[in-house]
Ligand binder design. Sequence first.
Ligand SMILES: CC(C)(COP(=O)(O)OP(=O)(O)OC[C@H]1O[C@@H](n2cnc3c(N)ncnc32)[C@H](O)[C@@H]1OP(=O)(O)O)[C@@H](O)C(=O)NCCC(=O)NCCS
Length: 193
Amino acid sequence: MTAPFRVPVRVETERLVLRHWDPDRDVDDYHALIVDNADRLRRWMPWAAHEPLSRADHAQWLAQCAAWAEQGGRTFLAITDAATGRVIGSAGLHPTNSPRTREIGYWLAHGSVGRGLATEVVVALTEVALGSARANRIEILTLPDNASAIAVARRAGFHDEGLTHDTHAGVPMALWAAGHTWNGPCRVRRIAR
Ligand SMILES: CC(C)(COP(=O)(O)OP(=O)(O)OC[C@H]1O[C@@H](n2cnc3c(N)ncnc32)[C@H](O)[C@@H]1OP(=O)(O)O)[C@@H](O)C(=O)NCCC(=O)NCCS
């Protein structure tokens, strides 16, 4: 069996720090962020159908994220503003059914869109996935009419592979992919393992 890949605990880019969620330190920020953005998340992300859940549910979720990150493999990261440390969104780098394919997910708080930050996240996680996370293919799944998310995938240098199905929710999803020929701009400045 292939050993699980590990995502660095901290990835620094020009404007962001992507870091593993800390259940104790982050629960209030995470809960507030979800409550504040629940309408947008429900609209575009199948996993968010029942958000906003309670603070206790979110505490349990972050504890689960920490356990996954510790084991290696499925990894959720806080997207934070490098200048202030403020949490402004969440990203994921996950295994798939194919051993060397990873999936990237991302969302930003409404106040942080329109600055190219999601593209910065996707480019950085693609670099990480093709490097230390031993992938040779990265996928992004979006609802087919999620123009903002598709624009991020396109800007980050992914190509359109048509429709597939969300393995969890079973709904049709647009599939965007990048492989070992990906030649995106280098955005990672520093990595802490
Ligand atoms: C999808 C989502 C993350 C996209 O966020 P975004 O801010 O539009 O995407 P980016 O961070 O790449 O920013 C792009 C915008 O910033 C602008 N921009 C400003 N400065 C920029 C820079 N330095 N570099 C790149 N773009 C820049 C671009 O022109 C573009 O503006 P436009 O939307 O008016 O064309 C956000 O809409 C979201 O969180 N949606 C809800 C959840 C969701 O759908 N997640 C994806 C599920 S797959």
